[in-house]
Each structure stands twice: as structure tokens, then as C-alpha cells.
Design a protein around this ligand. Structure first.
Ligand SMILES: [Fe+2]
Ligand SMILES: [Fe+2]
Length: 283
């Protein structure tokens, strides 16, 4: 199935390239010496991104008194990590922001879902030894990239898959897999083409089957759980009743109380995440 998906994507000539800003952020900010100055420099090169970051920093979500008028100030007020996350999110939403051509999906709600998963994965990672929360944020943002590809490049087949999902009541990813058109495979293909890290490629490929991710099963399990929680809390795109009880991969070793605490925190932030990102995504 993976091979045929890859073969089909090999034939697509106009696949999007890795957003320039994202490339710089992932390259330049992974080093220990990465500083707020490096981040500011990357943002300043991109006027659209600069405008979006300032718009976001001034949204009620952050509750900042007075106007945030410079990137330097935004980094001081919002923090390095938060701004890094914004840059990653915004550079990707700029690439896949338009009409996806499939009624059940709109780019805005898919991105809200991905941002919710990124934030939740970041929080979960802070409770697990050996995980880098920033990396998990990035993994959350990109985990469903394949959905954008399938909507954009295989719209009629994807519509048929959605129809089959409606009729069978099966989870969408399972119907995709049985039809040989898996969003996880498609996303992993793009992540690889973009030369993202092996961790990111594997998390994208196995986020619905974290037990199969080999040495990346821990980050894949974190994104799996974050995905479950966001569907349960209906953040962004909603799987419409796919999720009953939230499945928690045992490998994570998280106490139920910790997961409940994180779910409560995300639930509390849901409205503000939706309000602030909707504003940026719609314009
Ligand atoms: Fe997914
Ligand atoms: Fe997802």
C-alpha cells in the first residue's frame, strides 16, 4: 500500500515545496545556541509572516496590554517557544491555506485541529522523560499533512472514500487504508521529500498505529494521544463521532490523572486557540 501511494505521489508534478521559512526555522533553531535574535532575523525576512505574528500577538488570546508593534517585543512578551511554534504553524498554513475542494474538509478547521494536536503533544511531552516538547509541537502540526494532499491531488477518490466512511461508519483512516489512499502514507511521503527529520517522517506515517513506529513509537504515541484528545474535545476538524473512549497508549506510562489534567487545560484553552488562529487563518 505504501509503495503504491508513493508511486502515485511520484507522478504528481506540482507538489508543494518545503516553505522557505519553515526550513530555516527547523535548521537554524535546533541548535542549542539558537537565540531569539536568530528567530527574529528569520521572521523579519518574511513580511507576510511578520504581519501575521504581530496580528496574533495582539489577539485577546495573549491578553497583552498595549500594542505589540515589533517582532522583538513579540518574542519578549510571548516567549521564544511560543513564537517558534507560531512561525512553524503560520509558514505551513500559508502553503495549504486555500480551498481544498472537498466539502467535508476546509483548510481552516483542519489547521485548527493540527494546532490543537501540536499544543496537546507539547504539553504531554513535558511529562515524559527524554522527549523534546518543541519537536513534538512540530510533529503535531505536520501529522495530518497528508489530508491536504489527498484533498488537493486526489479529490474524486477522496470524496468516494468519505462516502464509504459515511455508509460504513468506520473510522476515516481505516477506509483510506483499505482503499490504498492513506493520509498517513501521503504525509510521510511529503515529509520525506521535504527532508524533515526521521522522527517527523515516522510520526506522520505511524500516528494512527504508534505501536508499529519502532524506535519512534514514543513520539508517535504522544501524537496519537494528542489526536484522540483533540477529537474528543472537538478542536477544529471533527471526526464526527469516531472517538468513544480516549485510547491511551500504555507505552507512555502516563497516569490517568495527568492526562485528565492536560485535557482540562486544553479544554480551557480551546476557545482562545480557535478564536486567535481563526483570525489569522482567515486573513
Ligand atoms: Fe491522522
Ligand atoms: Fe489528526
Amino acid at each position: 500500500m505504501g509503495i503504491s501511494m508513493a508511486k502515485r505521489l511520484d507522478k504528481v508534478e506540482d507538489l508543494p515545496s518545503l516553505p522557505h521559512t519553515l526550513h530555516k526555522v527547523l535548521e537554524g533553531l535546533d541548535s542549542v545556541s539558537a537565540s531569539a535574535k536568530t528567530l527574529e532575523g528569520i521572521i523579519r525576512e518574511d513580511p507576510v509572516l511578520t504581519a501575521k505574528i504581530l496580528k496574533m500577538a495582539n489577539s485577546p488570546f495573549y491578553g497583552v496590554q498595549g500594542e505589540v508593534s515589533s517582532i522583538a517585543k513579540a518574542v519578549v512578551i510571548l516567549g521564544f517557544e511560543e513564537v517558534r511554534g507560531l512561525v512553524i504553524g503560520l509558514s505551513l498554513t500559508g502553503t495549504f491555506g486555500g480551498d481544498l475542494g472537498v466539502e467535508e474538509f476546509d483548510a481552516q478547521s483542519l489547521w485548527l485541529h493540527s494546532i490543537g494536536v501540536a499544543k496537546t503533544a507539547h504539553m504531554l511531552a513535558t511529562h515524559i522523560n527524554g522527549c523534546v516538547p518543541d519537536e513534538l509541537f512540530t510533529a503535531g502540526i505536520v501529522h495530518d499533512l497528508g489530508r491536504f494532499l489527498l484533498c488537493l491531488y486526489f479529490p474524486s477518490e477522496y470524496k468516494a472514500i468519505l462516502e464509504q466512511k459515511r455508509q460504513s461508519g468506520q473510522p476515516l483512516f481505516k477506509v483510506e487504508e483499505s482503499c490504498g489512499l492513506s493520509h498517513a502514507e501521503a504525509g510521510a511521503y511529503l515529509a520525506k521529500k521535504w527532508a524533515l527529520s526521521d522522527m517527523l517522517v515516522n510520526v506522520v506515517r505511524y500516528h494512527h498505529h504508534p505501536g508499529s513506529a519502532g524506535s519512534y513509537s514514543m513520539p508517535a504515541s504522544i501524537v496519537f494521544l494528542a489526536d484522540e484528545l483533540c477529537h474528543k474535545l472537538k478542536i477544529g476538524w471533527d471526526a464526527k463521532g469516531e472517538i468513544g473512549a480516549v485510547l491511551v497508549p500504555r507505552a507512555l506510562g502516563l497516569a490517568p490523572e495527568t492526562i485528565k489534567k492536560i485535557a482540562r487545560k486544553i479544554k480551557k484553552e480551546k476557545e482562545s486557540i480557535e478564536a486567535s488562529w481563526s483570525k489569522v487563518l482567515s486573513g
